[in-house]
Design a protein around this ligand. Structure first.
Ligand SMILES: [Zn+2]
Length: 684
């Protein structure tokens, strides 16, 4: 097979530059490419290895040891220092989104360890990617479990596998490249931060450029070999330039003035921690080396800022991607004005002169970015305000009416998903888990995950004579092995779907609603759930918080939630269904619990028939029920005249109904039972 030549890719200039800089300096930490489908993201990534320097390896080592410095812990080692050296092209390893844990980290054959006394380890993709590229297409859909393993390996440069006390460890350092279509769900913040650089890829807008893309693609599809041959010289030149830059990198100097520009820019863009500064410095150094310079200059800093900062300053999924060029210019200018005579670590850093406020480190509150964002993302804020009275789409507080504060949280009733799940350990619903108490033993279907030792011994005992046991040890066979069956509790995904429309907007009531949701959030934190929040008001529904383990983030979004406008209940439910669908791909064993917080009202846009919105909501609810989503409706209706619309909604959802005052753990449960829509779905 012949891949498309890297040099022949048209457009995608930022993406190619970011890949090249990572190739020059792997310490930058990889690249995330965000963009719509059909922008040649994957083609470009796959083309990279052809221009990467070749890798010297110890022949026969499955872990790609460097002959000059073999991994002392290499499972195929120890390697002889005088061993011959093999040279092979750099490797690109693709991690499929649905890969198993064994495929990623390798599989350790516990059966052989027990029955034959040998450590049988089959390396996985992390081993194959060592000293090469690990590519994950649709990285935003990667299972959480794989994300955790990947993050651990990337952070340590090591992969570690352990089963029942038998363990294997090997080096795993790779250039991590991910591509994703943000329309299909956002990336977990922890994973986002792992990528050194990000670029947004979009198809070129200019007709001439598009024509060239098509022309080359046609030629490549027509005769791949001939097309590749036309680009051999360019590929060769590029590979040589990368190799030269890599050789030059160590001698490139980062002058104090350039470093000050970097730190000033990072402070101005209000990024978390110091990681951004480090990545920017490495990127600027790589760019200088790539450009043939021996010293980092302002252009290197500018390029580094454009590639390293966009994803580090965005804490809100609604902030516009990319970097504000004017703000960048201003920060670079500020750094120049500051002059070389002021020591960067001097008294200025701690002095209360106003500049110190930016790096006080209090960036978890979720409020501090509003000051920066208000000014620069005026585009989307303005669009929301233009839509009419209080119907802004931005999740920030509307300036005219501060959001209602949440009432004091209380201990919440335990809501559970019925049945027996298989999700990650937690404290909510009953589940088969790895920890929990042992309830039985069984013959393993595949690999033994948790050995049940007594049952294994019992199974082996009757056969000892027949197997001719002579020595001290038992004669074990694979068929003797038994694994533990355990039952404990799992964490769930608790997705809140919160009505923030005008009908809910009475200030005292919204406080009570927020207090109840906050109580459920705190409960979710203690039970190790993931939480997410969809809100609906005005013209549409939005994902106020994609599923996350950060309950703090959820609480901050909730506090700042503005209210008012119409009630697009159906849109809220459909958006919730979308979130659950994507999350099911990422984390199939985590069972969701949908908590709809509403008075059950639904209104549409002006002019639509008054019954239509209610019917739409019913249909959306039926869709969720048909998908097997377990739901609870928290009925927020209050006042003397009650319409009971939430009851109808709960019925359509096949879910449980709770009055707002029944969310507390010590409220009476009997009233719930009486009003239950379907008795089979219990709220414990
Ligand atoms: Zn080795």
């Amino acid at each position: 097979m012949s891949t498309y030549p890297f040099s022949a890719v048209v457009g995608m200039d930022d993406m190619r530059l970011a890949l090249v800089l990572n190739a020059v300096s792997p310490a930058i930490g990889g690249l995330l490419v965000r963009g719509e489908k059909g922008t040649a993201k994957s083609t470009t990534v796959r083309a990279l290895t052809a221009v990467l320097p070749e890798v010297a390896v110890v022949p026969g080592c499955r872990f790609s040891c460097d002959p000059a410095a073999p991994d002392p812990a290499c499972p195929d080692g120890p390697h002889d220092a005088s061993a011959p050296v093999a040279v092979r092209p750099a490797r690109l390893v693709e991690l499929p989104v649905g890969a198993s844990e064994d495929r990623l980290v390798g599989s350790l054959d516990l059966e052989r360890a027990l029955t034959e006394g040998v450590k049988a380890y089959e390396p996985g993709l992390l081993a194959a990617a060592h000293r090469g590229v690990l590519y994950v297409d649709e990285v935003n859909l990667l299972h959480d479990h794989l994300v955790d393993l990947l993050l651990d390996a990337a952070a340590l440069g090591t992969s570690y596998v352990e089963r029942e006390g038998v363990s294997v460890r090997h080096a795993a350092r790779f250039l991590l490249v991910g591509t994703m279509n943000p329309e299909e769900g956002e990336l977990r913040p922890q994973l986002l931060d792992r990528f050194g650089l990000t670029v947004d890829a979009s198809a070129p807008r200019e007709p001439d450029v598009r024509a060239e893309v098509v022309r080359r693609r046609l030629a490549a599809d027509d005769d791949p070999a001939a097309f590749a041959a036309r680009w051999v010289d360019e590929e060769q030149a590029l590979a040589e330039r990368i190799a030269r830059a890599r050789g030059r990198l160590a001698s490139v100097v980062l002058p104090d003035a350039a470093l000050r520009q970097i730190t000033t820019v990072c402070a101005a863009f209000d990024v978390d921690g110091l990681r951004a500064d480090l990545v920017m410095a490495r990127t600027a150094l790589a760019h200088a080396a790539w450009s043939g310079r021996s010293e980092v200059d302002a252009e290197d800093v500018r390029v580094a800022a454009r590639l390293a900062l966009p994803h580090r300053r965005r804490r809100n999924p609604f902030d516009a991607p990319g970097l504000d060029e004017q703000q960048l210019d201003q920060a670079l200018q500020d750094a120049a004005d500051q002059g070389p005579d002021e020591p960067p670590d001097g008294p200025g850093a701690g002095a209360p002169d106003g500049s110190g406020q930016d790096d006080s480190g209090q960036d978890d509150s979720g409020q501090d970015d509003s000051a920066v964002d208000e000014g620069q993302s005026s585009v989307d804020a303005g669009a929301g305000a233009g839509a009419g009275a209080g119907a802004g789409v931005a999740p920030r507080p509307a300036p005219e009416a501060p959001p209602a504060p949440a009432a004091t949280p209380f201990r919440a009733r335990l809501l559970t998903v019925p049945g027996l799940g298989t999700g990650a350990a937690g404290r909510r619903s009953r589940a088969r888990t790895d920890s929990g108490r042992v309830t039985a033993s069984r013959i393993p279907a595949e690999r033994v995950a948790r050995l049940h030792l007594p049952a294994t011994l019992v199974a082996a005992a009757p056969h000892q004579l027949a197997r001719g046991r002579a020595g001290r040890g038992l004669v074990m066979r694979r068929e003797d092995l038994r694994e533990s069956v355990r039952e404990g509790r799992e964490g769930n995904l608790v997705l809140f779907c919160v009505d923030a429309s005008g009908s809910m907007a009475a200030r005292a009531r919204m406080s009570a609603v927020k207090g109840a949701v906050l109580s459920l959030l705190l409960d979710a934190y203690q039970r190790r759930d993931k939480v997410g929040m969809v809100t609906f008001r005005g013209a549409e529904a939005q994902v106020a918080l994609p599923p996350t383990s950060s309950v703090e983030a959820a609480a901050a979004r909730l506090q700042a939630l503005p209210t008012g406008g119409r009630t697009p209940l159906a849109a809220g439910l459909l958006r919730a269904a979308d979130v659950l669908r994507v999350e099911r791909m990422r984390d199939p064993s985590r069972r969701p619990l949908l908590v709809v917080v509403t008075d059950g009202r639904a209104t549409g846009s002006a002019g639509s028939a008054p019954t239509a919105p209610v019917e739409q909501a019913q249909r959306a609810a039926a869709l969720l029920a048909a998908a097997g989503v377990v739901s609870v409706v928290v009925d927020c209706e209050s006042g003397a005249v009650r319409l009971g619309l939430a009851v109808t909604l709960a019925t359509a959802l096949g879910g449980e109904l709770l009055r707002l005052d029944e969310v507390a753990a010590d409220s009476l449960a009997s009233s719930v039972r009486a009003r239950t829509a379907t008795p089979s779905r219990k709220v414990a």
